[in-house]
Write a protein of this length. Structure first.
Ligand SMILES: Cc1cc2nc3c(=O)[nH]c(=O)nc-3n(C[C@H](O)[C@H](O)[C@H](O)COP(=O)(O)O)c2cc1C
Length: 183
């Protein structure tokens, strides 16, 4: 009887601590935060999360970008030329994470202002974190875009980023291994 009571008490304590039902996300210290307009950066983000066990957080603008390429490209150009910068719907709780992958598509030779502005606004939350940039693109400005993410997070330290025109799990895993975060 006594043994049963001890077992029951231990079980209650374990459940209360979250130990019994803790999922990967509850224990994870790594986050992948990304913006994706047409889905390619999202694919890369999912591959990183798959191999690192990181949580995923998709950045959504409060006002969506147009779905037509031409309209979107016109607006993005204006935003880069000093126009209104879009805000985001919500932010992740950065305090839960030590390592944060930040992903974007290349937009007009650089990272979308939506993301760089968002990162700059969270400089205090990102202080002391490790930021790892990644991007997807069609042809050019990979390095400039990765650098734009580094420049937008001056309070953090950084690891070597990754850029691709066509995300593949093998390539992502090779990069993760190179930066010491592979399986
Ligand atoms: C407004 C806009 C500007 C772009 N500018 C560039 C660019 O300067 N260089 C490039 O290689 N690709 C450029 N692209 C292509 C995207 O970077 C590429 O298709 C990317 O993989 C899309 O990612 P997403 O599907 O996550 O939005 C641009 C796309 C858009 C919509």
């Amino acid at each position: 009887m006594k043994l049963k009571q001890i077992f029951a008490a231990a079980l209650v304590a374990l459940i209360a601590s979250g130990g019994l039902f803790a999922q990967g996300s509850a224990k994870s210290k790594t986050l992948v935060v990304y913006f994706s307009w047409s889905g390619t950066t999202e694919k890369a983000a999912q591959m990183i999360a798959k191999s690192t066990g990181a949580d995923l957080f998709r950045i959504e603008p409060t006002q969506a970008y147009p779905t037509s390429y031409k309209d979107c490209a016109d607006i993005v150009k204006k935003e880069l030329d000093g126009g209104k910068i879009r805000t985001v719907k919500s932010a992740p709780d950065f305090s839960k994470y030590d390592t944060i992958f930040v992903g974007v598509p290349v937009w007009w030779h650089t990272a979308p202002t939506l993301m760089t502005h968002f990162l700059e606004e969270h400089a205090a939350d990102l202080k002391g974190k490790t930021i790892i940039p990644f991007c997807t693109y069609q042809a050019t400005y990979r390095a400039e875009t990765l650098q734009a993410i580094v420049d937008a997070t001056p309070t953090a330290s950084h690891k070597e980023g990754y850029g691709t025109t066509n995300p593949k799990q093998n390539d992502v895993d090779a990069w993760l291994k190179k930066i010491g975060l592979g399986k």
